[in-house]
Design a protein around this ligand. Structure first.
Ligand code: ZN
Length: 417
């Protein structure tokens, strides 16, 4: 017998054996799927396996913030690549590293590896988290299958073959946020297809229903133009009104506002800061002064009462006042001390909150300074400075003119226009 025949024979046996077991295993899995159980070896990040109930997920309080952070960035218009960069820059531990720390899995990758390995996120990982319905409480099974045991390449099963079981665990992300992120993913895909850039993706919201506005194009016109409309209006749904706004109108308006604020930042930063603080809580300047004075007064009274109390204690110890009077007065002083302490705490908290808004305003000014005199809008510029843009339904007046309110909410400081 030739040596090669043996090898061939062994190979064949292996594949035969593999085929048979994989069929058996698949059948067992299918039964589990139907019962809404999950079969992964590790819980997806943000969740833990239930300590007693098999195949049940519970929220992992230690890591849920990572999932929340990813969706928060996504809702602010960041794509998977940009989010991945941020996670790496901020050294957010990756799911693999967290599993290693907890259970020692994948020690071959992480044990003794450089620090960078612990936050080596990949775009694919972030993408799959952004699309994972686990985070809104559902379980999807049978998303992938191996072509054959021999060929380890995984292929995606058509959606019709997925088994979807709803509400199998507590959600981390709200349905609305999740759907919005899916919309953004889809719109980015469309964007790449037709070559236009949708710099406002994820930023423009409907004033009435809160959903993102969708992008459309009017090609019938001799000069095709882009426009936005409420995504709850269109494609057969009339759950909200149109909220129509042309792309070029919105573009010009937002650019003019950013140019305006950029000008102020350069020419009179101090006045702008004052103005921002007033805008963030209108007419509070006088109240703020009063609070500071009140705090001073309260702290002074507290010191007096403390002094009175200790003097009285000395008097009692020296026998200069009676036990009866001591008890009466100490009760009075103690309740006043408690009251003053409470008031001081409240005033300090209120003042700290105002200092926070001052710090936020300074942060925004610092961002604004970096983009001097913008002449065009980019997704990066918009996402750096703006939290969201709220578009109201247009109002047509009798003379035929059209008026539409557009509110810009800036990051850190909110609405200032
Ligand atoms: Zn709407």
């Amino acid at each position: 017998m030739h040596c090669c025949d043996v090898i061939l024979y062994v190979r064949l046996t292996n594949e035969w054996f593999a085929k048979d077991t994989s069929r058996k295993v698949k059948t067992a899995f299918k039964a589990k799927f139907a019962a809404g159980q999950r079969i992964g070896a590790y819980a997806p990040i943000g969740y833990r396996k239930h300590p007693e109930i098999k195949n049940k997920l519970i929220i992992d309080e230690e890591t849920r913030w990572i999932v929340e952070k990813i969706f928060d960035l996504a809702i602010h218009g960041r794509g998977a690549a940009s989010i991945t960069r941020i996670l790496i820059a901020e050294k957010v531990p990756s799911p693999g590293f967290i599993n290693f720390q907890r259970d020692g899995t994948f020690a071959n990758i992480y044990a003794g590896a450089s620090e960078e390995k612990s936050y080596a996120w990949t775009i694919a990982q972030v993408k799959s988290i952004m699309k994972d319905e686990t985070y809104i409480g559902h379980t999807i099974h049978y998303r992938e299958t191996n072509i054959s045991f021999k060929n380890k390449r995984r292929i995606r099963k058509p959606q019709s073959e997925w088994v979807r079981v709803e509400n199998t665990q507590e959600p981390i992300i709200s349905e609305q946020v999740f759907q919005q992120v899916q919309e953004q993913i889809a719109s980015r895909r469309r964007e790449r297809k037709n070559g236009t850039t949708q710099i406002f993706a994820g930023l423009i919201k409907c004033a009435d229903c809160g959903w993102s506005l969708a992008y459309g194009e009017n090609r019938q016109n001799s000069k095709p133009y882009g426009y936005y409309h409420c995504s709850k209006n269109g494609q057969g749904t009339r759950q909200c009104s149109m909220h129509y706004i042309r792309y070029d109108v919105l573009y010009a308006y937002v650019l003019s506002r950013l140019q305006y604020w950029s000008g102020l930042v350069q020419h009179d930063e101090e006045r702008l800061l004052k103005r921002l603080l007033n805008a963030s809580d209108k007419g509070q300047a006088a109240a703020r002064k009063k609070q500071a004075a009140e705090l001073k007064k309260t702290e002074k009274r507290k010191a007096e009462v403390d002094a009175l109390f200790s003097r009285m204690y000395e008097d009692w110890a020296a026998g200069r006042i009676t036990e009866y009077n001591f008890n009466m007065l100490s009760g009075k002083y103690q309740s006043e001390q408690a009251e003053l302490d409470g008031k001081i705490g409240q005033l300090q908290a209120a003042i700290a909150a105002e200092n926070q808004s001052a710090a936020d305003a300074e942060k925004w000014i610092a961002l604004m300074k970096e983009c001097v005199n913008p002449t065009e809008l980019t997704a990066e510029l918009l996402n750096t400075l703006i939290e969201k843009i709220v578009v109201h339904e247009a109002v047509k007046s009798e003379d035929g003119s059209r008026e539409q309110e557009v509110e810009i909410f800036y990051r850190f400081i909110g609405k200032i226009d």
